[in-house]
Every structure is written in structure tokens, then in C-alpha cells.
Design a protein around this ligand. Structure first.
Ligand code: MG
Length: 270
């Protein structure tokens, strides 16, 4: 094919010059520099050098650049949502902390925007209740106000406990069901590994880009770059309202079932 193409081009050039067109074009032609020959090095980036991070011994352990939000000892990184000037009142025991029913939600002292978060949670072995009233808590990816305001990733006993799909463990509450039910049985620890991208807003307060989240539940992807419709609502449809960096919040749900526990929480801002 190559030789044939070359022949066709030469033939066309001959015909053009024969009628004087090519000659006119030659008179005006500038010397066009040839594009440089591509080499492998031309598409390599060297600077800035990627920083080293010491990873944890296992995927559950905090990498060296993580902020540890709970190391098994105290709730120093947490405050009461009802009164952020007050310490979190939940119970710390045996390297974990447990929801103290009736004391309200707790939230991080610090605010975050985009992050990677690891958290472990356990439904008590002798859980009672059913549906939404069985081990209900929740992780608010960003708390946008008091009570349950924010974006709730549901925490619930979804082991042999049917409820609405967009309200079970791993759901973005009342918006997106999890892709699978990866729940461990009561008494065993569950993990969530979360990558959250906060929503962005325009100067006039309207939405620019929605929040997005990827969630692994016990190593299984249950939310894959899911686009949130707005803050999660118990009743009604979600609607974005402008906010900036926000704390991460855990829910004291108020159902009468036995309280759930948390441990090993760390975060890396992205
Ligand atoms: Mg909940």
C-alpha cells in the first residue's frame, strides 16, 4: 500500500505542477519545521517526585500519613453534635466505643472535604428488633447541621434482616442501595473503606458538582463512585444546600435495639 500511495502522491504533484498550481504554491511556501521525532522519554513526568507513605501492616491499619480518629483509647477527636463545645458522651471500653443511647450524635472535631476513611463497626451478638429498628446507626460523610443533617451512609444489621434496599447497610440512605449485601453476622466486626468527594458550589450557592462516594464493605465494593442527590432525607426528596468543609458524624439512632460499637477509625485528606 505504501508504494502505491507514494506513486499516487507523486502523480498528483506532477499534474499540479503541469498546470502551474504547484509552482505558485512553492513561491509562497514557508519552511515548515518538521515535528520532533517522538521518544519514550518525551511522555515521562519526573517532577515533582511522588512522596513516600509508609502503609499499614494490613489494609485495616492506618498509613503513616493518616489522622487517627479513634485508636481504642479515648474520644478526644470527637464532640457532641448537639453541643460541639462538649465532649462526645459515648462509652469507650476494650479498645472500642459504643453508642450511648439518648446522648445524641457525635462528630469529629475537625472538618474535612475530600478524604479516604476507614472505620470498623459491630452489631452486638445478641441484637434484637427488626428492619430499621435493628442495630441502626449511620455514618454521615459530611454533617451539614444538627441532628441527622448530612449525607448518611447507612449502618444497620443487614444480616438476615430485610428492609427497604436503599435503607440497608451500605446504602446511601433513601438514595442508592448497595451493589451487594456484604454483611457479617452479629458479633463480628464489619469494615467500611470510603472514598468521599465533597460537593462543590458556585459563588451564588447553587450546585456546581455533586458529592461522590465509593464504599467497600468488608472488602466488597457496594458503592462505586456513586453520585449523591443531596443530603439524605427520612421524608421527602434530597436537595443540595451550600456548605464548606464539614465534620464526619456518627448516629445515635434512637431505636430500642442494643447499641452498636466502633473501632479503628482513621482518615486521609485527599
Ligand atoms: Mg441510620
Amino acid at each position: 500500500m505504501k508504494s502505491r500511495n507514494t506513486f499516487q502522491i507523486k502523480a498528483a504533484a506532477f499534474l499540479l505542477s503541469a498546470v502551474g498550481l504547484l509552482g505558485a504554491a512553492d513561491a509562497n511556501a514557508q519552511e515548515v519545521p518538521k515535528p520532533p521525532k517522538m521518544t519514550p522519554e518525551m511522555t515521562e513526568f519526573w517532577e515533582p517526585e511522588v512522596k513516600v507513605v509508609q502503609p499499614g501492616k494490613t489494609a485495616s491499619d492506618a498509613p503513616a500519613d493518616a489522622l487517627v480518629l479513634f485508636d481504642g483509647k479515648n474520644l478526644d477527636q470527637w464532640v457532641s453534635t448537639n453541643d460541639p463545645a462538649s465532649p462526645a458522651k459515648w462509652t469507650v471500653e476494650n479498645g472500642a466505643f459504643t453508642v450511648k443511647k439518648g446522648t445524641g450524635n457525635i462528630q469529629t472535631k475537625q472538618s474535612f472535604e475530600d478524604y479516604q476513611l476507614h472505620i470498623e463497626w459491630k452489631i452486638p451478638a445478641k441484637i434484637t428488633g427488626k428492619g430499621q429498628g435493628r442495630g441502626n446507626s449511620g455514618l454521615f460523610l459530611a454533617s451539614t447541621g444538627e441532628g441527622d443533617a448530612g449525607y448518611e451512609l447507612q449502618i444497620l444489621d443487614s444480616y438476615n434482616n430485610r428492609t427497604y434496599a436503599n435503607g440497608q447497610a451500605g446504602s446511601i440512605y433513601k438514595q442508592h442501595p448497595p451493589l451487594k449485601n456484604a454483611m457479617r453476622q452479629p458479633g463480628e466486626w464489619n469494615t467500611y473503606d470510603i472514598i468521599f468527594t465533597a460537593p462543590r458550589f458556585k459563588a451564588d450557592g447553587s450546585l456546581f458538582t455533586p458529592a461522590r462516594v465509593t464504599v467497600l464493605h468488608n472488602g466488597v465494593v457496594v458503592q462505586n463512585d456513586t453520585q449523591l442527590k443531596g443530603p439524605t432525607q427520612y421524608i421527602g426528596l434530597p436537595e443540595y444546600k451550600q456548605h464548606g468543609k464539614a465534620p464526619i458524624k456518627l448516629q445515635d439512632h434512637g431505636d430500642p435495639s442494643e447499641p452498636i460499637s466502633y473501632r479503628n477509625i482513621w482518615i486521609r485528606e485527599l
